[in-house]
Design a binder for this molecule. Sequence first.
Ligand SMILES: Cc1cc2nc3c(=O)[nH]c(=O)nc-3n(C[C@H](O)[C@H](O)[C@H](O)COP(=O)(O)OP(=O)(O)OC[C@H]3O[C@@H](n4cnc5c(N)ncnc54)[C@H](O)[C@@H]3O)c2cc1C
Length: 403
Amino acid sequence: MTSNSRVVVIGAGLAGVRLARRLGELGTPAVLIGEEEHLPYNRVLLAEVLAGRYAPEVIALPAPAALVRARVTGIDRDRRTVACADGSEIAYDTLVLATGSNPVLPPLRGLFTPDHELPEGVHAFRTMDDCLGLSKAVRPGVRAVVIGGGLLGVSAARALAVRGAQVVLAQQSERLMERQLDPGASRLVLRHLKDLGVEVHTECRVRDVRCVGGAVRSVEMADGYALDADLVVLACGVSPRAGLAKNAGLAVHKGVLVDDELRTSDPHIRAIGDCAQHDGNVYGLAAPALEQADVLAEALTGNASARYTGTRALTRLTLNGHSAFDLAAFGETEARPGDDVVQLADATRGTYRKVVVRDDRLVGGVLVGELGTVGALARAWEGAEPLPDNGPLLHLLTNDGGS
Ligand SMILES: Cc1cc2nc3c(=O)[nH]c(=O)nc-3n(C[C@H](O)[C@H](O)[C@H](O)COP(=O)(O)OP(=O)(O)OC[C@H]3O[C@@H](n4cnc5c(N)ncnc54)[C@H](O)[C@@H]3O)c2cc1C
């Protein structure tokens, strides 16, 4: 790439902002286009804003100067331009898609008004606008139903409970955060929410949203049971925002397909973050998005050997406040036959630590409440090196390795 070639980045979220900043530092300023009206912010911390712990400006990202506020509506690959909703056009030599994810809207009856809007009181939880909308609506005693018991649903339920809402969390599967946690850790998350007054229903499918005058009044379960609701939060997962890429004829599977140089099927277009699919993986997590941005900045500024080979992403959930709750999970948290498992649980302190070892390699673990060893464990897992042969496996949970 020549130094005067123009890099245009679509999406001013975690990945886009990091890339633009790194490119600026490396002497190749980029044009960053973002549709949200707020200053770029760290999405991971939205639940803390909803909980009232941080003001919105506290989670702002250091944004580069050249930020264009616009929504890109189309890519013309022949002319190498992007079209924006305001009618403007921006030319590129290299285009980077960093468009993130969309919330998954579950197939519920009554979820949309005749104008295809969400009814009043029903919110997704993805953007600062979602967060501010929820924040405005939540008051002590408000009845809130959170649909979905993954990382997002748990964070939302907790934040609303901290603000004094009467929260019911409806989770379709049999336990909370089942994608990341084993049953023992899920139980501690459940206990934490219950201690905050959240009512949790597992194996419970919501099928209907009932509205009066365009505003939500209740949600109905598959078994006909109805829950009164002034607020409903949809936390049913995310899907890569790949519509622009698809319409432009790029190869898209779950996300925009990229190779180790984060190149899409068009050599002039790259993709990073939640919208990208690398080696079969769509991560939907902050750490891979940032790592991809760093690798791409190197690649676009002349480092011919810069490659992205995947991220072993650790899930962290830190819920601060008067009843703090901290957990980290990585890899496979449930053992297969033949694996070694080391587990330490202290019900009184609400701590739980477990690692899974296969053929002398750490393949996964989960820590709740006591995270002293997380740095050393994450390094052992990321490195995928054989574990040192110098003591009982229990050391893995009790020796913090100076982290
Ligand atoms: C409430 C919440 C809590 C989370 N907690 C965690 C956590 O604890 N740990 C973790 O690892 N991850 C967490 N995540 C996920 C994490 O936020 C994402 O993985 C990360 O933000 C991905 O970065 P990104 O830049 O790819 O996408 P995003 O941060 O979503 O940014 C994409 C940006 O692109 C913009 N955009 C999209 N299309 C266009 C267009 N056509 N024109 C202009 N702009 C466009 C969007 O408006 C958005 O601003 C959380 C997410 C949420 C919502």
